[in-house]
Design a protein around this ligand. Structure first.
Ligand code: NIG
Ligand code: FE
Length: 411
């Protein structure tokens, strides 16, 4: 059944904007006093002046969801990088970190990713499903309608599959879309009998073919860092997953620069983190179609530098912004707050920050069907209680959405 929603004081469409490069607020299409006509398939049929929409609905006997008050609508946000499938907490790590102990030292001393691996292995698939549902619903309430979710706390074939099953089950229970990514190459598990190369071979032989056979995910990620996988191991892994047809994304340049160049070499969809990227990596990324994904939640959680977003955009790259929500480096899980604070520090225009959580984030997940309020795209919509779109970021996360629609359905 077709349906209509409105009026909206302002509607941010993100129509006709480039995928790459700096943006100015003047480039944003802001449609005033508009309404949205929905198609039966949950996509947007048309954006219309509200008066016209009202007349059309009366004539065609279409149900109109009439909104009382002032609202600004924009596409539902897209969180292109999370690790929301985990067991336990790492508050102990956080206490040590804020007291001055570095992340990598805590990891060496038995904390870090390995600690979450043990807690996640101990959790049942049902428990993990419930955790993912809870966290995804929190993101949804705050306006995020598409959420990427990584594995990476299982690190055996069985435990990584358990995470993928939990993500798939959670997807059935939440209105938001969950997009799963395989990150079995998060670290070499301490109990694996062999070195990094042997572990990569094990994953390519025993894990990825199962993922494909059961159609559990089409994306593969790897953490390339001194404490995780080196470039030789990463090349082996990337050659293997690429040959199987997986879309590639990389945890790159988080503490050490250089691994984003691997992303370019392997035509990754995105390279994420980049806090340590130098001018060399920025320049190379600008010559490629790889999408940089900034993770301000990890900078806030670790108390370290932000991804050089201003430099990246000025050099000509795209830029998505995601939460990295995970138990270790990024426990906050609040995309709007993080994007707003990040924009203030990195001197991003509102257009650049909002593009980073909408259509540019869709591109970071290789999704073409969402992220803009235009005809034919999914009616994933978030409405804020204001008449000025600038207030969405101005309140730095404290202006929460009043309404969220996924595929045209109110959540
Ligand atoms: O993106 N850097 C690697 N992985 C995660 C952290 C995971 C953890 O600390 O549990 C990240 O920050
Ligand atoms: Fe991450």
């Amino acid at each position: 059944m077709t349906k209509a929603i409105g009026p909206f004081k302002q509607l941010l469409t993100f129509s006709s904007l480039p995928l790459k490069g700096a943006l100015q607020d003047e480039q944003l299409e802001v449609v005033e006093n508009a309404g949205i006509l929905l198609a039966a398939d949950g996509n947007i049929a048309r954006i219309l002046p509200f008066k016209e929409l009202e007349d059309y609905c009366a004539k065609e006997k279409i149900l109109l969801e009439r909104l009382e008050g002032d609202f600004v609508a924009m596409p539902g946000m897209i969180d292109a990088h999370t690790h929301i499938c985990w067991g336990g907490t790492r508050a102990r790590d956080y206490a040590m970190r804020v007291a001055g102990k570095p992340y990598l030292e805590i990891a060496k001393a038995g904390g870090g990713i390995w600690d979450s691996v043990q807690k996640t292995r101990a959790a049942s698939e049902a428990e993990l499903t419930q955790k993912v549902v809870q966290r995804a619903n929190k993101l949804l309430q705050n306006g995020t309608t598409t959420i990427e979710v990584k594995t990476g706390y299982g690190l055996t074939v069985a435990d990584e599959l358990k995470m993928l099953y939990a993500i798939r089950a959670a997807n059935e229970h939440v209105a938001a879309d969950l997009v799963s990514t395989c990150l079995p190459a998060h670290i070499v598990p301490k109990d694996f009998d062999g070195d990094g190369m042997a572990y990569v071979e094990y994953l390519l032989q025993d894990f990825f073919p199962k993922v494909q056979a059961e159609q559990l995910s089409s994306r593969a990620d790897i953490f390339v860092e001194e404490s995780a996988f080196n470039h030789t191991e990463a090349r082996k892994y990337l050659v293997g997953v690429q040959a199987m047809g997986f879309d590639i994304t990389i945890h790159a340049d988080q503490f050490t620069a250089g691994s984003s160049l691997l992303g370019i070499e392997f035509k990754a969809i995105s390279v994420d983190h980049l806090e340590a990227s130098t001018e060399k990596e920025v320049a190379a990324l600008a010559q490629s179609d790889v999408i940089p994904v900034a993770l301000p939640g990890a900078s806030l959680g670790l108390g370290c530098a932000f991804t050089p977003a201003r430099k990246l955009l000025d050099a000509g790259t795209s830029l998505a912004i995601a939460t990295d929500w995970n138990p270790g480096s990024a426990p906050m899980g609040d995309l709007l707050t993080q994007a707003a604070v990040f924009g203030a520090f990195e001197k991003l225009s509102m257009a650049e920050t909002l593009a980073g959580v909408t259509f540019r984030a869709a591109a970071a997940l290789n999704l073409q069907d969402r992220g803009q309020l235009i005809t034919g795209k999914s009616a994933d919509i978030v409405a804020f209680p204001t008449s000025d779109y600038r207030e969405i970021l101005y309140y730095q996360g404290q202006l929460r959405p009043s309404m969220v629609w996924k595929k045209g359905k109110k959540c």
